[in-house]
Design a protein around this ligand. Structure first.
Ligand SMILES: Nc1ncnc2c1ncn2[C@@H]1O[C@H](COP(=O)(O)OP(=O)(O)OP(=O)(O)O)[C@@H](O)[C@H]1O
Length: 774
């Protein structure tokens, strides 16, 4: 039987794996939700929960499961899987998938099937040879035929790779990356050594290589397989924020991935390959820690840059009496009196090459930033007005930056000075290179970086490389917020290193204006939050409801807000999870129906996952510097253009972001999703007047103190929680125990220490042997 042929005698459900609900790795037991595409079982549902014993299940893959139904007391009907197969298309199906992919505009699955049934498996080469061949396929308008012919010619050579890779279950997107790297050699290379792909192709996982290898009868204890597992284990650890893995941990994780025990592989076999990779510089072993080179060089690079900057002396300093006078003048202008900690922060920042300012919401970080900049300007006799530098903009002394567009915008609004994202400041070109670096450093005298908790080790290294010796740096962030999405915990490590001066602001000023939100944030931070803290106040409410009622409650709140005339741009729903009963996707679907329903006057465009409609609130999911939009930017669909061949108009969605319009073709729509509800991670760095935060028991896995703290501090005027108080109170007691393996403190200490002791920097690594790690 072919592996994707369905056995009609037994029950089957074919579908795409949406997400796993539970995994017991030791026993290979999983529970997962799938989207049904085909079945011979009596089913009306579009999705179902399956459970059973699986070696690997990957999200987004299509499988055929054979099994029986089972009624679970609490969770209802589930499919108990007896055996299963991953769906692998035949050549014919591969060609249909290729022709109906987004590469070929206007060709759906049905038309693609018709083409293949009339022209056979050589359809593509037949059409390229002779455009007229398409005439035997009925029902395709002339323009579409012309266009298909043109596009097939443009993609010539690529189809061979796509169709062949499809027979290994590799989809179009990955095939595009593979083709870009290997061109026509892709298929031969894959057959020769599928593990090379793990090294070269981002997104080509170890399990995928294993599947191909099995088909090729590639030996399972081959050094290439072990090496690929070593690399993949490190790549995977980045998603948990690690910069390195301790070698023992690395060996254990790699062994688990290899199923090494069953193959008779020893830890020694694995450590031998680690050393081989180290020799080839594919990984770096340093002090019994294993790094991917980019992370090792980012961390050691940042440590080197920081010690370079702090080893410089300040150009000018100011004495206490002068400073008191200057600060007094600023206090008068601003009509406030700085607190003791705040004054200390201003004084410390002005006398440090690099200083860290940290504190929770409402403690006056922005107020202090303004104070520092004004005092700096007064001391150095500089104007704050950019117009005074119009002859040479590079002479403007104040460089204000933040990791996200919204945070940069807030900085600009609160200081009245120009501010931009770190990526823009560094002239990122959308790939791996930045215009600004050690050879082309930033201009300016005082650099202020806000929301620094969000900055990962790669970006921090890039930024500090570009800081010239004479620049002063002020790092600002809230250490209690979530760490960066990318690897590292730069703010926390810099603070813990005690090598840089820092000031923590503890006194809360906004609370004095009667803000319950700020009070709640500080109670959470100080572990003082109880049921009592959740009582209703002017700017705060916790609406208790069951999980299955949460969406209804959110809809009621939004309806009431609309009735009261609230501008929906001021209201943001944030939640921790995408796929659950009260997940981000469900909330977005319901909200779209409420605030931007289907209508004859609003055009729509459907993708695999979403229906986008004119007027929809959407969020950008990746950095797209060429268009000036970045991950997390929120906009609104201003127009949808349908294809209009006469005017050469392609199908396009136009999204209006703050101050710019960006056009998206169908293939780019994977970079967008609805933003009525966004994830807490994506909301980092942004603030909204009104925030609605559902908290339900099924989020349990995600509910942690720093996540909830980050969530509630997004709201400025009004915070509405809904769901389960117990789940919230439990969540805020859960510390994030996922310790990140980072070595920035150690690197800083050794570099600064070495500088102090004037020790030769070119120390040689000692020769290592596998026995060093046993
Ligand atoms: N010394 C002070 N005297 C009076 N008011 C102050 C003082 N410091 C700060 N404030 C006020 O407290 C409020 C919060 O200050 P600010 O916005 O600077 O804090 P923040 O730490 O930046 O807060 P967030 O992170 O929430 O934006 C502001 O309204 C500010 O004017």
């Amino acid at each position: 039987m072919e592996n994707n042929e369905l056995n009609e005698a037994t029950g089957f459900i074919k579908g795409e794996l949406l997400h796993t609900i539970f995994v017991n790795e030791a026993e290979h037991f999983s529970i997962a939700k799938i989207k049904i595409t085909e079945t011979n079982e009596p089913l009306d549902e579009k999705e179902i929960v399956i459970k059973g014993y699986f070696s690997i299940l990957s999200q987004g893959e299509v499988y055929t499961f054979y099994g029986t139904f089972e009624e679970h007391k609490r969770f209802g009907r589930q499919y108990h899987v007896d055996h299963y197969q991953r769906f692998v298309p035949t050549t014919k199906e591969g060609i249909v998938a290729y022709l109906s992919s987004e590469l070929f505009f206007g060709i759906g699955k049905k038309t693609a099937e018709k083409i293949v049934s009339h022209l056979g498996e050589t359809a593509i080469s037949t059409i390229i040879k002779d455009k007229q061949a398409l005439n035997v396929v009925p029902g395709i308008p002339k323009e579409k035929k012309d266009q298909l012919y043109k596009q097939l010619k443009e993609n010539q050579g690529f189809e061979h790779v796509v169709v062949n890779l499809a027979s290994y279950g590799i989809g179009l997107k990955l095939a595009q990356k593979i083709y870009a790297k290997y061109k026509e050699e892709a298929v031969d290379l894959l057959k020769e050594n599928p593990y090379q792909y793990v090294f070269d192709i981002d997104g080509f996982g170890f399990q995928r290589a294993d599947e191909v290898a099995k088909q090729q009868n590639f030996p399972m204890n081959h050094p290439s397989r072990i090496q690929a597992a070593c690399i993949y284990t490190l790549q995977q650890s980045i998603t948990d924020g690690h910069v390195y893995l301790p070698i023992k941990e690395h060996i254990v994780r790699t062994d688990h991935l290899l199923l090494g025990q069953a193959l008779g592989l020893s830890f020694e076999d694995i450590s031998r390959e680690i050393l081989e990779l180290n020799k080839q510089k594919q990984i770096i072993v340093h002090e019994s820690n294993v790094y991917l080179p980019t992370l090792y060089y980012a961390e050691s690079g940042l440590a080197t840059q920081i010690s370079r900057i702090i080893s410089q002396s300040l150009e000018e300093s100011v004495n206490d009496a002068e400073l008191m006078k200057i600060v007094g003048e600023i206090e008068e202008q601003e009509s406030l009196s700085y607190g003791k900690e705040q004054f200390k922060a201003i004084k410390q920042a002005l006398s440090s090459k690099v200083m860290i300012l940290t504190g929770g919401p409402g403690t006056g970080k922005t107020t202090v930033i303004k104070g520092i900049i004004k005092a700096y300007a007064k001391i150095h006799g500089l104007s704050l007005d950019p117009r005074d530098y119009k002859d040479n903009k590079d002479n403007y002394p104040f460089v204000l930056t933040a990791p996200t567009g919204r945070a940069a915008k807030r900085m600009k609004e609160s200081t009245g000075l120009p501010a931009m994202t770190i990526h823009r400041l560094l002239g990122w070109n959308g790939t791996e290179s930045f215009e600004k670096d050690q050879d082309n450093q930033l201009s300016g005298k005082l650099l202020v970086i806000d929301e620094f908790s969000m900055v990962d080790i790669w970006l921090a290294n890039q930024l500090f490389k570009a800081v010239p010796n004479e620049m002063q740096v002020l790092i600002v962030g809230d250490e209690d917020q979530l760490p960066s999405v990318g690897p590292g915990q730069v703010l926390a490590d810099l603070l813990a290193s005690h090598l840089l001066p820092f000031v923590k602001l503890n006194e809360v000023y906004r609370q004095k204006e009667g803000s319950k939100i700020i009070q709640l944030a500080h109670e959470i931070k100080n572990n003082e939050c109880s049921a009592h803290s959740l009582r209703k106040e002017n700017d705060f409410n916790f609406i208790e409801c069951r999980e299955d009622q949460v969406i209804h409650v959110i809809m009621q709140i939004v309806k009431r807000a609309i009735d009261k005339g609230v501008d929906l741009h001021d209201l943001q729903i944030i939640a921790p999870m995408y796929r659950s009963l009260a997940g981000i996707h469900r909330i977005n679907e319901e909200l779209q129906k409420l605030v931007n329903p289907k209508s004859k006057t609003r055009r729509e465009i459907k993708t695999k996952d979403f229906t986008f409609r004119t007027g929809d609130k959407v969020i950008q999911l990746v950095n797209q510097p060429e268009d000036g939009v970045f991950n997390g930017d929120i906009g609104e669909i201003a127009a949808i253009y349908e294809e209009d061949e006469g005017k050469d108009q392609e199908e396009e969605i136009v999204v209006m972001f703050e101050d710019k319009e960006v056009g998206y073709q169908r293939k780019d729509l994977i970079n967008l999703m609805h933003a009525y509800c966004t994830s807490i991670h994506k909301s980092q760095g942004s603030e909204f007047p009104i925030v609605i935060l559902p908290v339900v028991p099924s989020y349990r896995r995600m509910l942690r103190k720093n996540l909830l703290y980050t969530a509630i501090t997004r709201s400025k005027k009004s915070l509405i929680l809904c769901g389960d108080k117990q789940a919230f109170l439990q969540g805020i007691t859960e510390e994030d125990t996922n310790k990140r393996f980072t070595s920035l403190i150690y690197m800083l200490e050794s570099i600064v220490g070495r500088q102090n002791k004037n020790i030769d920097t070119d120390e040689k690594e000692e020769e290592l042997s596998p026995y060093d790690f046993m």
